[in-house]
Design a protein around this ligand. Structure first.
Ligand code: ATP
Ligand code: MG
Length: 222
């Protein structure tokens, strides 16, 4: 069976943190493919200024050029209205006709907001998650501990989730497992990059060169 990871985000812009995380998850979970899914109007970022989808998509395409097993789809951008993960998951599962094992990949900062997502229970019924431990995380105060994750899961998602014996995932009698991916990852965020560009810093260390060239030529984040 094919194994595919869905990796959604604003990707404003894509950076080496996203790319490294995707590579490591792909290897660890033996995925055939990771699909990057840039969101249209991010439901959690409404009100803040988000770069046009066409530019975010173009930068993703540049970043993934020449890579193997990494793809980008514009399915959320083409869908009218805000992008809800539950709709995207349904779309992929319907197209897979049960022939692909799908995973939903997300950083723990995104995961800690999952209880606010539209129909989050439906998502947990349908697709296993891979939660990436992300340095800095939601408060930029260091990585979240497993026990803090557990409190979040059992308080906000479902009290029936239990850590597996080997400590790699939370299991549930009815819902799909939540896998924890503990690798140390790069402390980079798109916010840092946007701020860096605005204050005239080079972002060469944080994004692929082609992405840097694109965002300079387009005058993004100025
Ligand atoms: P912003 O600062 O604008 O929120 P971001 O860097 O968090 O940008 P997003 O597009 O919000 O990027 O994130 C998409 C997904 O990638 C989320 O699930 C997020 O948790 C994850 N992610 C972002 N940066 C990293 C990183 N450095 N390591 C691992 N995962 C990351
Ligand atoms: Mg983010």
């Amino acid at each position: 069976m094919n194994r595919v990871g869905l990796f959604g985000g604003t990707f404003d812009p894509i950076h080496r943190g996203h790319l490294t995380a995707a590579k490591k998850v792909k290897k660890a979970f033996m995925l055939d493919e990771v699909v990057f899914i840039p969101s249209a109007v991010p439901p959690h970022k409404e009100g803040s200024r988000v770069t046009p989808a066409a530019d975010r998509l173009a930068m993703l395409r540049l970043a993934l050029t020449g890579t193997n097993g990494f793809k980008v789809t514009d399915c959320e951008i083409r869908r009218p209205g805000p992008s809800y993960t539950v709709d995207t998951v349904r779309f992929f599962l319907e197209n897979a006709h049960g022939k692909t094992q799908m995973y939903l990949i997300l950083g723990h900062d995104a995961f800690l907001e999952m209880h606010t997502w539209k129909s989050f229970e439906k998502i947990l019924e349908q697709i296993p998650l891979i939660v990436i431990r992300r340095p800095g995380g939601i408060s930029h105060s260091g990585s979240i501990s497993v026990s803090a994750l557990e409190v979040f899961i059992t308080t906000n998602l479902s009290c029936d989730y239990r850590l597996s014996e080997d400590g790699t995932r939370y299991q549930h009698p009815r819902l799909k497992p939540i896998h924890l991916f503990q690798n140390t990852l790069l402390k980079i965020s798109s916010t840092d990059i946007r701020k860096g560009v605005q204050s005239g810093k080079s972002v060469r260390a944080w994004v692929p060169e082609t992405v840097e060239t694109y965002l300079i030529e387009k005058g993004l984040y100025r």
